[in-house]
Design a protein around this ligand. Sequence first.
Ligand SMILES: [Zn+2]
Ligand SMILES: [Zn+2]
Length: 55
Amino acid sequence: MNPQCARCGKVVYPTEKVNCLDKYWHKGCFHCEVCKMALNMNNYKGYEKKPYCNA
Ligand SMILES: [Zn+2]
Ligand SMILES: [Zn+2]
């Protein structure tokens, strides 16, 4: 069974899955809450279960 994206609510397939903050995200949905900058496992900052950039 595939998990649902924490942002858009659609199914996340293994090829586009990002597992962060105890949730699953599409690569394209995993971006900063504020500035929408694309994030990855190495440069995100988690705060209250939401991803942010370093800025
Ligand atoms: Zn999504
Ligand atoms: Zn940002």
